[in-house]
Design a protein around this ligand. Structure first.
Ligand code: HEM
Length: 474
């Protein structure tokens, strides 16, 4: 203990004494699902860099972040690698230096360019029409768990972009499986490896399901690959799929050599990266809109005259509600990026960070720690983004997709889906809080990302015709 607190090269970085000598503090915070918000409180107390584990610092200064995260040669944290396994296989998301990881980033970006997304959009629209039908079936009389619907919807969208328009994965158990997997990731970060072998044979069905969820995701990835590989050559999509780009050698895009296990785990990881983030962000946005009826009404007025989805990108309030304030207020990825300090260490904000130290960032704190720019930072307030004064400064203070050379390659696809889904739903329904949805049930909880306390969000979707305010406004 004396070594870590008094002699360790990180000793001059401020922070509470307990995390400085034991990782137990961080595990305990993770276990309780509140690491991000507790770490945010530490930043408020100690400044822009704080030590949150013997070997880990949280940085919250945009210039320092650019200095660390723009580098292409820094590896990610090893514990994150272990936590994100699918069916016993690592997926390359966590290996920046891995040759495959470097190639695959560009391929995901190629598959989700604006031009390619235009090709996939009719499929997204038809999947959205399905979710609208499902929600309409309850006629505003029964509450619906929007998290469940969104997980299915984002899976349907992702399967097309990942494998092609003919892919038909079975979505029935997907919402439950990812819910369990998210908790498994927390367990993997908190418990020793040997516990999982034991838990596999646990008499408690929930614990067993959680541990197996990683295999179930792997099977989903394998199914996707098998269907993509078996595609009828006459059935040809005009946009390249992620699977095509990964597997077919092509002068422009490369192509990677995988084993069956690797590509299945990779596709499972891709599906997870694409669905969980987007669906949890959307669920929390729906919740905030349902709490703020005048705001939803204003949004409805902006959307209602749109012809289909034409020029959806130009709707300002829609954008501020979704990509700007939605992703600022509750960024779906909690610790938005982590890198290891390189050989010889690195100097950050005047401190020497020795080799092997984990340097991490969280988008959540960038705005929360700037009350001058975000006076009511703890409130979902999309209209702050409509004020021109200091807009550029504010924009620099959110990074839900990460920072620098390894930031999320799927941002384009996420935003496209978010716009379409919110617009389609608000156009059709007046969204209301269900009685079972309370402040306590919606308290942010971290389990492989920020979500609601019980991983559900019950809302009532009242067809628009039922809203008197709207009828008057028409
Ligand atoms: C709102 C939705 C999303 C959010 C907030 C989000 C956020 C992130 C973040 C924070 C990272 C880590 C960046 C880093 O380490 O610096 C990441 C990585 C990644 N995301 Fe996303 N993401 C979203 C949607 C998507 C979608 C739709 C896809 C797929 C098309 C996707 C694919 C990936 C991949 C493949 C990586 C790993 C990148 C690499 O290997 O360097 N994400 N995402």
């Amino acid at each position: 203990m004396i070594y870590f607190v008094r002699l360790h090269p990180l000793k001059s970085i401020l922070g509470p004494w307990f995390p400085a000598f034991s990782s137990f503090w961080m595990r305990w915070q993770r276990w309780q699902g509140k690491l991000s918000f507790t770490a945010d409180n530490l930043l408020a107390k100690y400044g822009h860099i704080v030590r949150i584990a013997p070997n880990m610092v949280l940085i919250n200064d945009s210039e320092a972040l650019a200095q660390v995260f723009n580098r292409r040669d820094l590896d990610t944290a090893p514990t994150a690698i272990r936590a994100l396994k699918a069916g016993g296989h690592d997926w390359t998301v966590t290996y920046p230096q891995h040759e495959k990881a470097r190639e695959r980033r560009n391929l995901v970006m190629t598959a989700t360019t604006t031009k390619n997304l235009r090709y996939w959009q009719p499929i997204f629209e038809s999947n959205i029409a399905e979710i609208i039908n499902d929600l309409a079936a309850s006629k505003g009389k029964k509450s619906e768990d929007i998290v469940h619907h969104l997980r299915i919807n984002t899976l349907l969208n992702s399967q097309a972009v990942m494998g092609g328009s003919h892919i038909k994965l079975d979505p029935a158990t997907f919402p439950k499986t990812v819910g369990k997997y998210n908790v498994l990731v927390v367990w993997r970060l908190c418990l020793p490896e040997w516990t999982f072998k034991w838990l596999n044979y646990s008499p408690f069905p929930n614990a067993g399901y959680r541990v197996r969820s990683s295999d179930l995701l792997f099977y989903l990835g394998r199914d996707l690959c098998q269907q993509a590989a078996a595609a009828n050559p006459e059935h040809h999509d005009e946009a390249p799929t992620v699977y095509d780009l990964f597997t077919k050698t092509n002068e422009k895009t490369g192509g990677i050599t995988w084993t069956q296990g690797e590509i299945s785990a990779e596709m499972a990881g891709q599906v997870l990266a694409a669905t969980e983030t987007t669906s949890s962000a959307l669920a929390l946005i729906f919740y905030e809109l349902a709490k703020n009826q005048p705001l939803m009404e204003e949004l409805y007025r902006e959307i209602r005259h749109m012809d289909g989805y034409t020029n959806i990108e130009s709707l300002k309030l829609l954008d501020t509600c979704t990509k700007e304030e939605g992703l600022r207020f509750r960024p779906p990825v909690a610790f938005t990026g982590s890198r290891l300090s390189p050989k010889g260490g690195i100097n950050v904000l005047g401190y020497y960070i020795p080799e092997g130290t984990v340097m991490t960032i969280q988008s959540l704190s960038l705005s929360r720690q700037r009350p001058g720019l975000f006076p009511n930072y703890d409130v979902y307030d999309p209209k702050r983004w409509l004020e021109e004064a200091r807009l550029d400064e504010r924009r620099k203070m959110t990074a839900p997709f990460g920072v620098g050379s390894r930031r999320c390659p799927g941002g384009n696809m996420a935003i496209c889906q978010m716009r379409l889904l919110i617009a389609a739903t608000i156009r059709e329904f007046n969204v209301l809080l269900a009685p079972e949805t309370t402040l306590a049930s919606m308290e942010p909880f971290e389990a492989n990302g920020i979500r609601s306390r019980y991983d559900e969000c019950y809302l009532i979707f009242k067809p628009c015709g039922g809203s008197e305010i709207r009828e008057l406004g028409l």
